[in-house]
Design a protein around this ligand. Structure first.
Ligand code: ADP
Ligand code: 5GP
Length: 219
């Protein structure tokens, strides 16, 4: 396959109930593929210990977030677990310009909006191995107090129902295998005919070559 047959890049949406392991999978995928970039969202949620502004999220207050909505700077936004989260449109434009795969770690409401606005995007739903495992992982992460954690778990039930509307479902039981599967989905999607703009021209050239060969062989 020649360089000329490189496919267009596309956004990859990873959604899952909180605690299913999206962030862990996204980081591992990024380690493997340098052409995968994180979409840094804006949020009104306060930073967790260790989170950095501009790297994990753009941490903004409500007024700033409203300003971004009003200025049309967010391609999608939603209220999740009582906080506002949104994807800057610029993330999408920058990834296209750099031929990178934009990895969006967003909730199911955001995924629905992206589906409408970016039909080229690919949607992967990450499922926990079980409800019990999800509850244990959320508790094990230890980043929220009990009330917040239980709210997230209650929302998880509704989010999991959305998995049926996604393109792919990956169960995050063994982390390495889950990352392998997401990477293979990415790889397969890069070879989708509709994403390869130069394919028609290449087919024409190849057929021309074969005609030429047949012509000279028949002499
Ligand atoms: P999310 O981004 O979906 O909210 P995280 O990536 O923060 O979830 O993962 C939640 C917790 O589960 C973290 O403590 C993480 O280390 C752990 N975790 C993630 N994947 C696995 C896995 N395959 N097996 C066991 N624990 C996992
Ligand atoms: P957390 O607070 O754990 O970082 O994220 C909570 C939820 O918000 C997760 O389901 C995450 O995917 C989602 N989220 C993060 N950024 C965005 C965003 O830009 N848009 C939407 N719709 N959801 C987001």
């Amino acid at each position: 396959m020649t360089e000329g047959l490189a496919g267009r890049t596309f956004p990859l949406v990873l959604a899952a109930p909180s605690g299913a392991g999206k962030t862990t999978i996204a980081r591992a995928l990024r380690e493997r593929r340098k052409d995968v970039v994180f979409s840094v969202s804006a949020t009104t949620r306060p930073p967790r210990p260790g989170e950095r502004d501009g790297v994990d999220y753009h941490f903004v207050d409500h007024a700033e977030f409203r300003g971004m909505i009003d200025a049309g700077e967010l391609i999608e936004w939603a209220e999740v677990h009582g906080n506002l989260y949104g994807t800057p449109s610029r993330n999408v434009a920058d990834a296209v310009a750099r031929h990178e795969y934009l990895l969006l770690d967003i909730d199911v409401q955001g995924a629905r909006q992206i589906r409408r606005k970016l039909p080229e995007a690919v949607f992967v739903f990450v499922l926990p191995p079980s409800g019990q495992a999800l509850a244990e992982r959320l508790a094990g992460r230890g980043s929220e107090d009990v009330e917040v954690r239980l709210r997230r778990l209650a929302n998880a039930r509704d989010e999991i129902r959305e998995a049926a509307h996604f393109d792919f479902a990956v169960v995050n039981d063994d982390l390495g295998r889950a990352v392998d599967e997401v990477e293979r989905i990415l790889l397969a999607e890069t070879r989708r005919v509709s994403r390869i703009p130069a394919l028609q021209a290449e087919i024409g050239r190849m057929c021309g070559d074969i005609e030429g060969y047949l012509g000279s062989a028949r002499g």
